[in-house]
Write a protein that binds this ligand. Sequence first.
Ligand code: CUA
Length: 329
Amino acid sequence: MTLVGVAVGAALAAVALFIPWLPESASEQADIIDSVYWLVTVICVVIFALVAGVSVYAVYKFRARPDDLDDGSPIHGHTGLEIVWTLVPTALVTAIAVYSGVALAQAENLPDDGHRVVRVTAEQFAWSFTYPDVELENGQALTTGELVLPVDEAVEFFITSKDVLHSFWVPEWRMKQDAVQGVTTRTVVEPTKLGTFEVICTELCGLGHAIMRSQARVLSAQDFEAWVAEQRRLAAEGGAVQGESLFTAQCGSCHVLADAGTQGQVGPNLDDALADADEAFVRESIVEPNASIAEGFQPDVMPQNYGELFTEEQVNGLVEYLLEATGGG
Ligand code: CUA
């Protein structure tokens, strides 16, 4: 039995060492957070091995022999042992608390040479991101449905919710922060890797919680500036052009639309759903989506407040673009 136990333990340990337990690390903060994770894991593994080892030894060493019908001798406690098993865990838990506190302070520390601010707004069941330092021609700050950031620049996120509790999380960046209505929470991330990552809502928030996702694209500083310039141009252009960029950023994660090349499967395929639609229907579907629900889909999954979130000009642009793209109108 002991040999089998040792063999199985060794095999499992070997497997455990080869499993990538954590997502890719793609921010300054990720390595700090991971160090906390591994510290706690190592402490747990050592304690578990110790307790399991002593238990197995005691079961073997002090087992009742076949001819032993005794009640066993009474036990009156062991002051020395009790002091040890109180002090050791106290020291370990205190060490974990101090280490975590220092790690969190370090992770949320902003560099002295400036940083970017992005405001994150969560709502059932969508994300929007506002860049207060990018002012568009119409005087509004740039707002998008996908998060786009330059690499190697610290970002301070101010996070809030329009309705229930949500939580902002990009696994590769590790930092996770609640979105609470009426409260502004903050977190800091400095992306260190180019690429596209998923923004995930990680607080159960209702019917659409599982699909409350967006994407975070990390670009080189140069590509980021080009993206910002493109957003400015699209906003200035207005009409269907602005509508298309808004659609790709805000609607494409949930809807298929051939013209925009989007693949979202959460809501109806718009090439079908809007094929014979007139302007009034398209507008209603954006600002009051519960008014008419496509067959096989549920009400209340699509946010009900795009009419307030978007300016009238943006809604007009979206309607114009959707009519063009689906051949309706
Ligand atoms: Cu929002 Cu879960």
